[in-house]
Write a protein that binds this ligand. Structure first.
Ligand code: GRF
Length: 194
């Protein structure tokens, strides 16, 4: 049975693309059936359209994002929700509804360098300021705290003396794009039992 994935996005959607590719090439027995963005101009929405994936923009300033998103995900019969560059905090109701079935990817080795406001380039700045020798990325289950739920998989990336926040921001996503499909693959048998 194919698992049905819904992806929540706010930006360019390179992780969404990696998940779509893994499904299309049958690396994972799943398909992306819904993409929801809280940003109208997110390039991720263009990616969804290109593959004829049902997609929706919800203006979270004018709507209850979670309510609309749940309805859409229910309609598409989504089994697993993947946050991929999604910058809104989900409500308790949403997390309860998809309990244990929401994944997120973060560009650091959590629990280090996560939490409110620590996203994008700020993560890599903090890593360099702390003089870390290794950084990386983490796929984790989502709970009510930012970047906090159970860690599923991590990939390490060496921090070189020559690295800047910008070079880390280029290198780490390359690993994210491998890690996210791997983590989904790992979880699919478990998800089936939930
Ligand atoms: C990634 O670095 C991810 O770890 C973080 O946001 C970024 C999203 O990039 N949560 P993209 O939209 O998938 O290209």
């Amino acid at each position: 049975m194919m698992m049905r994935i819904g992806v929540l996005v706010s930006g360019s959607g390179t992780n969404l693309q990696a998940i779509i590719n893994a499904c299309k090439s049958k690396k994972i027995a799943a398909e992306v059936v819904a993409v929801i963005s809280n940003k109208k101009n997110a390039f991720a929405l263009q990616r969804a359209k290109r593959y004829n994936i049902k997609n929706m923009f919800v203006d979270s300033k004018k709507n209850n994002f979670d309510e609309k998103a749940i309805k859409f995900l229910e309609k598409q019969k989504v089994d697993l929700v993947c946050l991929a560059g999604f910058l809104l905090k989900l409500s308790k109701r949403f997390i309860k509804k998809y309990n244990g079935k929401i994944l997120n990817i973060h560009p650091s080795l959590l629990p280090k360098f996560g939490g409110k406001g620590i996203y994008g380039i700020n993560v890599h700045k903090a890593v360099l300021e702390a003089k870390e020798k290794i950084s990386g990325c983490t796929v984790h289950l989502v709970d009510e705290k930012y970047d906090h739920g159970k860690i599923i998989l991590q990939k390490k990336v060496k921090v070189l003396k020559s690295d800047t926040p910008e070079t880390l921001q280029k290198k780490i996503p390359k690993q994210e794009h491998k890690l996210y499909p791997e983590a989904i693959k790992l979880l699919l048998p478990v998800m089936r039992c939930l």
